[in-house]
Ligand binder design. Structure first.
Ligand code: PHE
Length: 336
């Protein structure tokens, strides 16, 4: 009876109910066991053996049935089976931010000609940002109108002051020039991409927080010709064949002579063949070398600085810097 009944049992409750009719207090097997006392003495051994064997068979059937029911319960909890070999439904994958893409493009161009990437902290001290860069005490960039200073009492454990100067958010990546030169002896060839901060009111072309890439080369007998050559090389790498650079006289405290850096390219549609400003550059001022302990009689160098946003905007024809920071997928997906 047990053998023919169990295959039809699919739920635990039905199984337990059936089991009670056999092995429960009023069950058939229990009754047969109780009946042993009325079996004639000479038949007891044979009957006892038979009952025991039957009981074992029944228990094996219970165990197998319970296992089958439990497996079905688990399968029900897990839901329909998954086929891991099927192609994935449309799951959106991330992509690099256009500024990251542009930064990497710029880095790759400079790496090809021997520059390495150097980094420095975004929170800086006034000495690294201004004094060491030969910027006079009364220079307008030091004004709290232009630069974001930290409160006098601010304590910053991981950026060491040179003296008792104030902490600030770096307003250019030229700070990394100083840190690199203080760490290493010349010759030196670095670029330093990174975030900078200015007290600007945000509009289509200004942001209080943007990115620059600084370049610095120090060696013997470096001249403006070398500076012009590296910049011509760079704009051709980024904007394509036929792109050139123009240096316009300017002033920065840390370079002498100093230039504004303009670029012209035949490959930019409406923007083709007109001068576009990219940044600043010049020959490292001897006073900067003195501040970092380089002998200005022995060493010469050039430095340049460019905005990464600016280059991304020119390359992609983006007319508002704010798009970079809004995380609007309609914008970002155009660069995926
Ligand atoms: N640090 C300058 C700026 O942020 C750019 C620059 C870098 C100019 C290196 C000359 C040399 O405007």
């Amino acid at each position: 009876e047990v053998e023919s009944a169990v295959p039809a049992l699919e739920k635990r409750a039905a199984f337990e109910a059936f089991k009670a009719t056999i092995s429960g207090p009023n069950g058939k097997l229990t009754a047969a066991m109780k009946g042993m006392k009325d079996v004639p003495k000479e038949d007891k051994p044979a009957m006892g053996k038979l009952l025991n064997e039957t009981k074992q068979q029944i228990e094996a059937l219970y165990a197998a049935t319970l296992e089958r029911i439990e497996a079905a319960e688990t399968a029900e909890k897990l839901g329909p089976p998954i086929d891991p070999t099927l192609p994935c439904p449309d799951i959106a994958s991330g992509s690099l931010h256009p500024l990251t893409q542009t930064r990497r493009l710029m880095e790759a161009a400079f790496r090809k000609v021997g520059f390495t990437v150097a980094e420095g902290p975004e929170l800086e001290t006034e000495w690294f940002c201004f004094d060491a860069l030969n910027t006079p005490e009364d220079h307008p960039a030091r004004d709290a109108q232009d630069t974001l200073f930290l409160p006098e009492a601010a304590a910053v454990d991981n950026v060491t002051k040179h003296g008792s100067e104030r902490y600030l958010m770096r307003s250019h990546t030229s700070t990394v020039q100083i840190r690199a030169m203080m760490k290493e002896e010349p010759p030196l060839r670095i670029i330093s991409p990174g975030r900078v901060f200015r007290r600007d009111t945000t509009d289509a072309t200004h942001s209080a927080n943007f990115h620059q890439m600084e370049g610095l080369y120090v060696d013997k007998n470096v001249t403006v010709v070398d500076l012009k050559a590296i910049l011509d090389y760079f704009v051709a790498e980024i904007f394509g064949k036929g792109s050139t650079v123009r240096l316009r006289p300017s002033f920065f405290p840390f370079t002498e002579p100093s230039f504004e850096l303009d670029m012209k390219t035949p490959n930019l549609g409406k923007l083709s063949n007109q001068w576009i400003e990219l940044g600043g550059c010049g020959m490292v001022d001897p006073n900067v070398f003195r501040h970092v302990g380089y002998d200005p009689e022995k060493w010469t160098g050039y430095a340049f600085g460019m905005g990464i946003e600016r280059i991304a905007m020119i390359v992609h024809g983006i007319d508002d810097i704010r798009y970079f920071y809004q995380n609007d997928l309609r914008f970002l997906q155009q660069f995926a």
